[in-house]
Design a protein around this ligand. Structure first.
Ligand SMILES: CCCCCCC/C=C/C(=O)SCCNC(=O)CCNC(=O)[C@H](O)C(C)(C)COP(=O)(O)OP(=O)(O)OC[C@H]1O[C@@H](n2cnc3c(N)ncnc32)[C@H](O)[C@@H]1OP(=O)(O)O
Length: 285
């Protein structure tokens, strides 16, 4: 795993946080980066897997570790964002699902479940500064946060049905937690990708911002809105509201992995994924 915790722009060497600092590998190898503002206590968690922040096993494991670290350090807010100028995250790395190694496939799905459980259930207030396109798994991450600020002229949505695949129940509950049920149902069945303006209109994002810096500031302003609330009361309220969604996955975690493995291995699904990958590569040329 290759993520680095940086406090106040420099690697933290205080006694309090010494255990936190995981060994740094070469900068080009880092998949996530955490910077904590030591004045505000807000953590910025940046995904950095070029070109599109495809969520592969390694990035998911890094994300999970970083979320846990932020939580353990009792940061006062977590802002999820991307190092790319145009892509928040392209969602699941389809290469993990196409002609997969079976053991890795299980680990991959388990890692995604763990990231979702940690982010959706986080005790720390969470926000996403969506500074680029955010399809499928990218949208799942953003929607798991409590607040979203998006830059203009990008797209966001759960587009699974357009790929001929079915988003699992917990993807859908995450959407339903943000959107009115009827809009969620239409969007999910159509596999609709929303422009930033459309996303704002339906409430999939809370605000638009002209730049990433402005988006980060707006996320911080959201955290500041909790200044007069008790953090434990705040967390317990969030926990109760999200309890059923979390419990549903926890109760079926192993079965959910089995369902995923079974689904992915179907010849028709493999064929569809292969064609989709080809179309992405053709488009890139
Ligand atoms: C099978 C059972 C499943 C059960 C449920 C699973 C739920 C699934 C959730 C998911 O997240 S599935 C993934 C859905 N994601 C997408 O549909 C996004 C696809 N990508 C795009 O739309 C675009 O790439 C983009 C994100 C809008 C970026 O466009 P841009 O023009 O900037 O870059 P590209 O030239 O298209 O891509 C660069 C490079 O990256 C490859 N790539 C893009 N997305 C993915 C991906 N999701 N997985 C793997 N690889 C991806 C793309 O092919 C290009 O590769 P190269 O040609 O450079 O090798």
């Amino acid at each position: 795993m290759q993520s680095a915790l940086i406090v106040g722009k420099k690697i933290c060497s205080s006694l309090l946080l010494r255990n936190w600092v995981r060994p740094l590998s070469a900068a080009s190898d880092k998949l996530t980066n955490v910077e904590v503002n030591d004045k505000t206590g807000f953590a910025k968690l940046t995904m950095n897997r070029p070109p599109v922040n495809g969520l592969n096993l390694d990035l998911l494991r890094d994300l999970h570790q970083s979320i846990q670290d932020i939580e353990k350090n009792k940061c006062r807010g977590l802002i999820l964002t991307s190092a790319s100028n145009t892509i928040f995250s392209a969602g699941l790395d389809i290469m993990e699902m196409y002609k997969p190694d079976q053991e890795r496939l299980k680990q991959f799905w388990t890692a995604l479940q763990d990231v979702w459980l940690a982010l959706y259930g986080s005790a720390v207030p969470t926000a996403a500064a969506i500074n680029g396109h955010s399809p499928a798994g990218g949208c799942l991450l953003a929607a798991s946060c409590e607040y979203r600020v998006m830059l203009p002229k990008y797209t966001i949505g759960l587009n699974e049905t357009q790929l001929g695949i079915v988003a699992p129940k917990w993807f859908m509950s995450t959407f339903r937690n943000v959107l009115p049920r009827r809009i969620a149902e239409q969007a999910l069945t159509q596999g609709k990708m929303f422009t930033s303006d459309e996303a704002l209109k339906i409430g999939l994002v809370d605000e638009l911002a002209a730049t990433k810096e402005e988006a980060l500031l707006k996320c911080e302003k959201f955290f500041a809105s909790f200044a007069k609330t008790d953090p434990i009361a705040r967390y317990l309220t969030k926990k109760q509201l999200r309890h059923n969604d979390i419990k549903e996955l926890l109760d079926e975690k192993v079965q959910d992995v089995e369902n995923f493995v079974l689904f992915v291995n179907q010849p028709s699904v493999q064929k569809g994924l292969g064609l989709y990958l080809e179309s992405l590569k053709k488009k890139a040329k």
